[in-house]
Ligand binder design. Structure first.
Ligand code: NAD
Length: 333
């Protein structure tokens, strides 16, 4: 049994507590939140769980093995560092930290203390991303051309980070998982309209082998869109995460370019074949992810979404922020 403390019971924290409590090999012993209203909600939902305003109580508890940090981004580093110093494994919300130096320090600290860090890169545990990973691994799409994602909705406005640090970690962690090449450079543009933080942003990521990725994140969209196009030489797919049943559609469509014999004219053939929708597992990703973390602790294994995965995402965010400051300058990674 892995015993957990959870810090932060705002919007996302209740999902962590609920899913941990559903696991046979995990138990939430305590929840900490600065807000009286949040603490009241914990007490009502889980009368047996200890509730406190002081993170120190969870950090120093001899009964707690692991801590989940589910607070705003700017607090992650201090809370995670203190947890590791006190010998706790940590589950940290995305994005890992506010900069790469902090992420590197936490990774080294965890390694010295032989503790696990797992990043909440929730989407890696969805049936859709697992299916796409399988399709890419089996070569169904052929050579990868591009990843193009639209992740927009009205709000939720964050008070400590811009839309890039809030929404883009999802796509950056998915890309980090799906694309085996390391990214080379980033370009980002965006604009602030309301609270001084960019609320609309566009990121382009260049990979070797002519793979290109584009992410559109926006808190000012009238409608919610969660659509990703992934194009390959052999097949292309559309992943609409808002679809209940047919989340992924694979298209046997593409273009073949040949040189006509003896001539220098390019012959362009359009291929327009079948479309089909593969079965995607309907699972609660967070449940799978937390079960995987508990398993990694019990079996002393390194999670695939460890601190280094968190660092790779923060590196891209940092480069994107630099590019944003320079109105779209190319920033090498
Ligand atoms: N993986 C996902 O899909 C997903 C979804 C939403 C949010 N998140 C992440 O979860 C984190 C929290 O986001 P949220 O939307 O729940 O924020 P939130 O503001 O709704 O909740 C944060 C809670 O933490 C508490 N808090 C802040 N600092 C604290 C401290 N030092 N000690 C104790 N309590 C403290 C606040 O009182 C608040 O109740 C962020 O990193 C965010 O990016 C992840």
């Amino acid at each position: 049994m892995v015993k957990f403390g959870v810090i932060g019971y705002g919007y996302w924290g209740p999902n962590i507590v609920r899913n941990l409590n559903q696991l046979e090999e995990a138990k939430v012993l305590a929840v900490c939140d600065k807000s009286p209203a949040a603490r009241k909600r914990v007490q009502k939902a889980y009368p047996q769980v200890h509730v406190t305003t002081d993170p120190g109580e969870l950090m120093t508890s001899t009964e707690i093995d692991a801590l989940a940090v589910v607070t705003p981004v700017w607090t992650h580093y201090d809370l995670a560092k203190t947890a590791l110093e006190n010998g706790k494994h940590i589950f940290v919300e995305k994005p890992f930290t506010s900069n790469t130096a902090q992420a590197e320090e936490l990774i080294n600290l965890a390694a010295r203390k032989n503790l696990k860090i797992i990043m909440d890169h929730t989407f890696l545990f969805t049936g859709a991303v697992q299916k796409i990973a399988q399709l890419l691994k089996e070569g169904t799409l052929g050579k990868l051309y591009y990843y193009d994602s639209m992740r927009v909705n009205l709000g939720l406005f964050q008070h400590d980070v811009n839309v890039l640090w809030d929404l883009a970690p999802h796509d950056l962690s998915i890309m980090d998982h799906l694309i085996s090449e390391d990214p080379e450079a980033v370009v980002a543009t965006g604009q602030t309209h309301l609270n001084g933080f960019e609320d609309v942003a566009f990121i382009t990521v260049y990979f070797p082998d002519k793979i290109i990725a584009h992410i559109n994140v926006n808190w000012l969209s009238p409608v919610k869109v969660r659509t990703t196009l992934i194009g390959g030489e052999k097949k292309m797919l559309v992943w609409n995460d808002l679809e209940a049943d047919e989340k992924i559609k694979i298209y046997d469509r593409g273009i073949e370019v040949t040189n006509q014999q003896g001539l220098y004219n390019l012959l362009v053939n359009y291929r327009s074949g079948d479309m089909w929708s593969p079965q995607v597992k309907q699972i609660e990703a967070l449940h799978q992810e937390l079960a995987y973390f508990v398993d990694c602790i019990v079996k002393n294994q390194t999670p695939m979404n460890d601190g280094k995965a968190g660092l790779r995402v923060v590196k891209m965010l940092e480069a994107a922020s630099e590019s944003l400051r320079q109105r779209g300058a190319l920033v090498y990674l």
